[in-house]
Design a protein around this ligand. Structure first.
Ligand SMILES: Cc1cc2nc3c(=O)[nH]c(=O)nc-3n(C[C@H](O)[C@H](O)[C@H](O)COP(=O)(O)OP(=O)(O)OC[C@H]3O[C@@H](n4cnc5c(N)ncnc54)[C@H](O)[C@@H]3O)c2cc1C
Length: 367
């Protein structure tokens, strides 16, 4: 965690008291209210509100055109887009509550400018959905906060890359500005800019609220006829071999009944491997631990953009009037439940990004 500490020190020069390395497993606050408590007040977790023992939230249908497994970001986006495309006989099964997997503690950072034009288009679509479409369709706010995004360049090569990103953004109509250190200081007065070459500022980047987004996505899908069932674990996937010798999905099994279906979408996040095994499919996904720290209240930080330093591999996410700071270790700890250390270093976040490209054209990306 040493690099996180030094990143906080470097980026924020006016913190009243040293940041407290506190939080790993508690839920995040998305309130814009001032943080009053001395410690980080995130005591309740969605896990503690677990109602798994109460049984499924709705009766299971006998059949469905599509069964989506997993009620995280990916599953909720999938059911929403299927319903919007007219596939309304679709059921989402979540073993716990919506967002109970990885999604509930995501930073939710959305950076529009990426080195790949496919990703730029996907992110533009996602941003439209969460900042405009969902609100128009449901009358509900997803919790999207447009506080902007700032990429830090601490060497010339990185600044050149950001200039190229700005050009790419122009093609796609994404407003961005390359700022000098002095201009960066004007925008973000708390930042120590002494060792910066410059920054790339994207005013319409922002922060997603995972709970608000998933709730709104499923509300919109349900309004079109889709069914979302929580507290319903998938325990098996029946497959059959068709006349051409091709394996096809036949049904999804749960402790509360079986749903006949020709199509399953595996959106089970880090558990996708297990789900895949149920159907005899190998899912190339590896999970690893990801740590972040949440600071105490920082005077003057409110409304500042999120910050990404690609060289230090660190992000600073605005959280009301505090920051959560996360990063990617060069020596990551893999989750043993999934078979120990793999030969290559993929994070689950990155793998989720790969997965998403194959399953749904609408989800937020991470690097
Ligand atoms: C600290 C942190 C910060 C992050 N920051 C960002 C960010 O800034 N930007 C970004 O784009 N991404 C970020 N990510 C990554 C992002 O959160 C994940 O990629 C995303 O949430 C994964 O969503 P998912 O739907 O694939 O998986 P999950 O949210 O894990 O959903 C899978 C669901 O499947 C359910 N499930 C599992 N097994 C079964 C079963 N047998 N039956 C029924 N249901 C089942 C689980 O209960 C779970 O709810 C971050 C992640 C972390 C941990």
């Amino acid at each position: 965690m040493a690099f996180l500490r030094s990143a906080v020190r470097r980026m924020v020069s006016a913190v009243r008291s040293p940041p407290a390395p506190i939080c790993r497993t508690s839920t995040r606050s998305y309130s814009s209210e001032p943080t009053r408590e001395k410690g980080v007040p995130y005591e309740k977790t969605l896990k503690q509100q677990d109602q798994a023992s109460t049984g499924p939230s709705k009766p299971l249908p006998r059949s469905a055109d599509v069964v989506v497994i997993g009620g995280g970001s990916l599953g909720c986006q999938t059911i929403y887009h299927l319903a919007k495309m007219g596939v309304t006989n679709v059921v989402l099964l979540e073993r716990d509550r919506l967002t109970a997997g990885t999604t509930w503690h995501t930073a939710g950072l959305l950076w529009q400018l990426r080195p790949s034009d496919v990703e730029v288009e996907l992110l533009a679509h996602t941003r439209n959905v969460i900042s405009k479409d969902l609100e128009e369709e449901t009358g509900l706010h997803t919790g999207w906060i447009q506080n902007g995004g700032l990429f830090i360049a601490s060497n010339k090569q990185r600044l050149d890359e950001y200039k190229r990103l700005m050009s790419l953004g122009k093609v796609y109509g994404i407003e961005s500005h390359v700022l000098s250190p002095a201009e960066t200081k004007d925008l973000y007065p708390l930042m120590n800019v002494d060792d910066l070459y410059g920054t790339l500022y994207v005013p319409k980047d922002g922060t997603m609220d995972p709970a608000g987004t998933c709730t709104t996505l499923t509300r919109a899908a349900s309004a079109r006829g889709a069914t979302v069932i929580e507290n319903c674990r998938v325990t098996g996937i029946q497959v059959r071999t068709d006349d051409l010798g091709v394996k096809r999905v036949k049904a999804v099994e749960t402790p509360h009944g079986t749903i006949e279906t020709p199509c399953v979408v595996n959106c089970a996040g880090v558990w996708a491997t297990k789900l895949g095994e149920m159907a005899g499919v190998k899912v190339p996904l590896v999970a690893m631990h990801h740590a972040y720290v949440v600071t105490e209240r920082i005077e003057g930080i409110k409304n500042m953009p999120n910050v990404r330093d690609h060289d230090a591999s660190v992000y600073l996410r605005l959280q009301g009037d505090a920051l959560s700071v996360g990063g990617y270790e060069h020596n990551p700890i893999f989750w043993d439940e999934f078979g120990g250390k793999p030969p290559r270093c993929f994070s689950v976040l990155y793998m989720c990004t790969l997965k998403e490209k194959h399953t749904t054209p609408c989800f937020f990306l991470f690097d």
